[in-house]
Write a protein that binds this ligand. Structure first.
Ligand code: GDP
Length: 472
């Protein structure tokens, strides 16, 4: 089955090729190296075996339950432009004073940790917006535990608010709403809550379960209470990590500093990172020479949910890259260089996302259970009509999920969401805007646009029945 997908031929063809070699195989059977080479050759492919043994050096460690300790939640702030994301992050950064520390956090390292009066900690990703959040997710990194979605109370739920909600939901990340700008005389928090209720998002004071708090990022009103609600949410999530193991986590950002070399901000998610550790981060590696916290102080070690900027990597890893401490420096170097080589090769054949043409075949393979769709349209009526019709196409074998729907052109952020969630994008009377088309080509996201509802439904239906004629 996997080989069929990689070579873009049907499973039956592979099975009959094996039969002609005298082998009776099933779709889920693994082929040995020799058979693979012969079969691939029949279809004009050369097989190159990427030795998995190097990556095998990366042990998956299972933590014993008794080694697990509470860790601080990692929070992303999202919301519509100008609703106050940056102001909120700035307020928290500047006002929060750790016991014994004077002054706020002055460094921008891409993430920062704060400590509340009660001693509890929260780590914030300092790049507001769902684009950053989803770009990381598209790289396979799930860093955020909780999303704060900011909505300005003098405005309303806006298109990017809805996007942020969809992005958080697609990632399965719980939301805490911050109804912002309540210091303004024109603020009407209830209007926002009503709009949320109309989207089936009932906040607490409307009898629902979703937490929300009225705040002013400008005066600081309610921010403390908002953070307490974040902690409450974190308690429900029961976040834990083992601090007594080699560290691993995610790269938040990295750049080349003229004087210091490559500086990378990494967020430790499990284990404890120490100066002197050998680290493998994406396609880079190195020995940690020094670490600094968000206050610019040198630190010797960083435990779970702690962001630190580190010196010593031999390159700039990408945001969203995984990092981990390796026992053996040689091994870390080898894996990094192998990955660089693979990356070069893969830039030629990039990762494949689902396309409408491929759905039928993947369903037949049996490895495809859910079809994620992002739906954009010119008017609400058609978006709703299409949502209904698409959902009705769900069968026992395959569930159709509309992971995001909205009125408006297809944006780069839609494409990133599609990439992170392996979705296809359907546009009704709308087209890709700005960079969306280029990014979709790069990420290999299937965008289909229609102007007749019937055509859209029929195409999807045909695709699900494996009968779609390839798009010309
Ligand atoms: P972002 O685009 O979501 O990051 O929004 P910003 O944080 O840049 O805020 C947009 C504008 O709203 C700025 O001019 C802020 O000063 C203002 N603003 C943000 N929060 C508040 C608030 O709580 N009250 C008032 N009155 N203005 C605010």
């Amino acid at each position: 089955g996997e080989v069929a997908i990689m070579m873009d031929v049907s499973v039956t063809e592979i099975i009959s090729a094996c039969m002609s070699l005298g082998m009776m195989v099933t779709m889920n059977q693994r082929l040995d190296a020799e058979t693979l080479s012969i079969v691939a050759d029949e279809f004009g492919y050369d097989v190159e075996f990427v030795t998995a043994d190097l990556e095998d050096a990366i042990e998956e460690i299972e933590d014993a339950p008794e080694d697990l300790e509470f860790r601080a939640p990692i929070v992303t702030v999202m919301g519509h432009v100008d609703h106050g994301k940056t102001s909120l992050l700035d307020y928290i950064r500047e006002e929060n004073v750790i016991a014994g520390e004077s002054g706020g956090i002055t460094q921008h390292i891409g993430a920062y940790g704060v400590q509340l009066d009660g001693g509890q900690k929260i780590a914030f990703l300092d790049t507001p917006g769902h684009e950053a959040f989803t770009a990381m997710r598209a790289r396979g990194a799930q860093v955020t535990d909780i999303a704060i979605i900011v909505v300005a109370a003098d405005d309303d739920v806006m298109p990017q608010t809805k996007e942020a909600i969809s992005h958080a939901q697609a990632a399965g990340v719980p939301i805490v709403f911050a109804i912002n700008k309540v210091d303004l005389p024109t603020a009407n928090p209830d209007k926002v809550k009503e709009s949320l209720a109309n989207m089936n998002l009932l906040v607490e004071d409307w009898g629902g379960k979703i937490q929300s708090h009225d705040i002013s990022a400008k005066t600081g009103l309610g921010v403390k209470e908002l953070l307490e609600k974040v902690l409450l949410e974190a308690e429900l999530l029961d976040l834990k990590a083992n601090p007594e193991r080699n560290a691993s986590g995610t790269v938040v950002e990295a750049f080349l500093d003229k004087g210091r070399g490559y500086v990378s901000t990494i967020l430790v998610q499990t284990g404890t990172l120490r100066v002197g550790d050998f680290v493998l981060a994406g396609t880079t590696s190195g020995k940690i020479k020094a670490m600094q916290d968000e206050r610019g102080h040198d630190v010797e070690q960083a435990g779970p949910s702690t962001p630190v900027s580190v010196l010593g990597l031999d390159g700039a890893p990408q945001a969203g890259d995984n990092f981990l401490v390796m026992e053996d420096e040689r091994e870390a170097k080898d894996i990094a260089s192998k990955r660089r080589q693979l990356q070069r090769e893969q830039s030629v054949r990039t990762q494949r996302h689902i396309t409408l043409d491929e759905i039928g075949r993947r369903i037949a393979l049996g490895d495809f259970k859910e079809l994620n769709i992002i739906l954009k349209g010119d008017v609400d009526g058609s978006v709703e009509a299409l949502t209904d019709s698409f959902q009705k196409l769900s069968t026992e074998e395959i569930q159709v999920n509309i992971i995001h729907k909205a009125v408006g052109a297809i944006t780069e952020s839609d494409v990133l969401l599609a990439s992170a969630s392996d979705a296809i994008i359907i546009g009704f009377n709308v087209r890709p805007q700005g960079n969306a088309k280029q990014v979709a080509e790069k990420e290999e996201i299937d965008i289909r646009t229609y102007s007749i509802i019937y055509d859209a439904i029929n195409d999807l239906k045909d695709a699900m029945e494996g009968m779609l004629s390839p798009e010309l």
